[in-house]
Design a protein around this ligand. Structure first.
Ligand SMILES: NC(=O)c1ccc[n+]([C@@H]2O[C@H](COP(=O)([O-])OP(=O)(O)OC[C@H]3O[C@@H](n4cnc5c(N)ncnc54)[C@H](OP(=O)(O)O)[C@@H]3O)[C@@H](O)[C@H]2O)c1
Length: 249
């Protein structure tokens, strides 16, 4: 028996990194997993690696028409949604002085607007007892220079999680935030200004973690699985840190 047997899940940003690791884990636990992302090649590779339990749908979460196509495809399958992992996101380094309106809109457009309308458009599909998990970040609890817009976008999501948990409790739908610490993914390496500086950035970030290393994506996926599963049946509105102690100690 898998922990997600007969369940249907959607993971936005499921083609690489934390989303892909979680898609593998959900599929291994018996779920059918829909995954999204903007790049078709990465999606195709991810679906091929996961196997028959995965369906890829290309889409940008900041584009409402793309979101409609994603939910139309899930509607066609006819089983609703038991797990929604609102994970697509990213950011870029810029101090307050360096910040541009375009950079602000890009980060908030994907991380916040994209997440809000993903959840809104999923409402009709969410089954009784469903679990919604939103990817936050330890950055929301800290004051890292040059990461303010990203941190604020994740703090906004942490706030929305509380509100959505309250609004959906009557349908027995749980809503929680997963807050990863620095996790070894293409997205994290991509924060470096050029590839030659990526390792230095990863080493610096690992040095801020009490456990002394970056997380593996699988370690975040394990925590997401807990929130998605019946093991977390009395857990809602919370923020689960999987951060090696980064924001705790
Ligand atoms: N890695 C970390 O240290 C860390 C720590 C805390 C929180 N997080 C959060 O964890 C989540 C996943 O990040 P990751 O590190 O796994 O990064 P990643 O490897 O870059 O994966 C991001 C995924 O999201 C997709 N994506 C990005 N923008 C999208 C958009 N507008 N619409 C649809 N899909 C989109 C990407 O595919 P496409 O590029 O093809 O669209 C990819 O599948 C993000 O929300 C990130 O902020 C990461």
């Amino acid at each position: 028996m898998g922990q997600l047997d007969t369940k249907t899940a959607l993971i936005t940003g499921g083609s690489t990194g934390i989303g892909l690791a979680t898609a593998h884990r959900f599929a291994a636990e018996g779920a059918h997993v829909f995954i999204t992302g903007r790049r078709q090649a990465e999606l195709d590779n991810a679906v091929a690696a996961i196997g028959d339990n995965a369906t890829g749908i290309r889409g940008d979460v900041s584009d409402l028409d793309d979101l409609d196509r994603v939910f139309a495809a899930i509607t066609t399958r006819g089983r609703g949604l038991d797990v929604l992992f609102v994970n697509a996101g990213g950011g870029a380094f810029a101090t307050l002085e360096q910040l541009t309106p375009e950079g602000f809109d890009d980060t908030f457009g994907i991380n916040v607007r994209g997440a809000v309308f993903t959840v809104q458009k999923a409402l009709a599909l969410l089954n009784e007892g469903a679990s919604v998990i939103v990817t936050g970040s330890t950055a929301a609890s800290k004051g890292n220079p040059a990461f303010g817009v990203y941190a604020a976008s994740k703090a906004a999501l942490r706030s929305f999680t509380r509100t959505w948990a309250a609004e959906l409790a009557g349908r027995n739908i749980r809503v929680n935030t997963i807050a990863p610490g620095p996790t070894n993914t293409p997205g994290l390496s991509g924060l470096a200004p050029d590839p030659s500086q990526a390792q230095g950035l990863l080493d610096m970030l690992a040095g801020n973690v009490p456990l002394g290393r970056l997380a593996h994506s699988d370690e975040i996926a394990n925590a997401v699985l807990f929130l998605a599963s019946d093991q977390a049946s009395f857990v809602t509105g919370t923020e689960l840190f999987a951060d090696g102690g980064e924001a705790q100690l």
